[in-house]
Ligand binder design. Structure first.
Ligand code: AMP
Length: 190
C-alpha cells in the first residue's frame, strides 16, 4: 500500500490525515495546495499564476498543475510510493496521473475519500479562516470552492469506485478518531 490518494471536499481534514498516513507508510505526503502556497509565498512565476485562481476559489489550470505534479513525482523520494493530497481534482488530472504512473508500470493502490456533511465543512472552514488566515478562506470563496469541488472533483469518486479503489471514510469526529478509521480501511485492503 504505497501509492495512495486522499480526497474529500475543502475542510474535510485531508491535509491533517495525509500527514499521519504518509508517516505510517513512510512515504512523502504531497499536497498540491501546499506547493502552490509556497510558490505564492516565494513570489515565483508559478505562484503569480496560481494566486489568481486560488484567491477566487477556482482551480489552477490543469496544464500548470499536471506539470508541477509530474516534476514532483519524478523526484527520488517518490520511488517507494507517495500520498497525494488534493490531486487529482479533475478528470483531465486523473488521465494525466494514470499516464505518469503508467510510464513507470505503476498504479494507484487506494483512494481514501473523507466524507463530511456540508454544515460541518462550512463551520470548519470558517474556523480555519480565523486560525490560519488563508487568503481563500473568506465566506464567498469558501462557498465557491465547495461548488467547484462538487462539479469538478466529486465525479472522480465514481471513477475510482468503478476501479475498486475507493475507501470512503467518515471524516467527522476528532483527528485521532478519523485517523483510526482511515488506518482500519487501509489495513483491511492490504
Ligand atoms: P487545498 O490546499 O488542497 O485546499 O488547495 C488550495 C487551492 O489550491 C485550491 O482551491 C486550488 O485553487 C489550488 N489547487 C490545489 N490542488 C489543485 C489541483 N489538483 N488542481 C487545481 N487547483 C488546485
Amino acid at each position: 500500500m504505497n501509492r495512495i490518494l486522499i480526497m474529500g471536499p475543502p475542510g474535510a481534514g485531508k491535509g491533517t490525515q495525509a500527514v499521519a498516513v504518509a508517516e505510517h507508510y513512510r512515504i512523502p505526503a504531497i499536497s498540491t495546495g501546499e506547493i502552490f502556497r509556497s510558490h505564492v509565498a516565494e513570489g515565483t512565476a508559478l505562484g503569480t499564476t496560481a494566486r489568481r485562481y486560488m484567491r477566487a476559489g477556482e482551480y489552477v489550470p490543469d496544464d500548470v498543475t499536471n506539470e508541477m505534479v509530474r516534476e514532483r513525482l519524478s523526484r527520488a523520494d517518490c520511488g517507494g510510493g507517495f500520498l497525494l493530497d488534493g490531486y487529482p481534482r479533475t478528470l483531465d488530472q486523473v488521465v494525466m496521473l494514470d499516464k505518469m504512473l503508467g510510464e513507470r508500470d505503476a498504479a494507484i493502490d487506494a483512494v481514501v475519500a473523507l466524507s463530511v456533511g456540508i454544515e460541518d465543512l462550512v463551520e470548519r472552514l470558517i474556523h480555519r479562516a480565523g486560525v490560519q488566515h488563508r487568503a481563500d478562506d473568506t465566506e464567498d470563496v469558501i462557498r465557491r470552492r465547495l461548488q467547484v469541488y462538487r462539479c469538478e472533483t466529486e465525479p472522480l469518486l465514481g471513477e475510482y469506485s468503478a476501479r475498486g479503489l475507493l475507501l470512503t471514510v467518515d471524516g467527522t469526529g476528532t483527528v485521532p478518531e478519523v485517523a483510526g478509521r482511515v488506518f482500519e480501511a487501509l489495513d483491511a485492503r492490504s
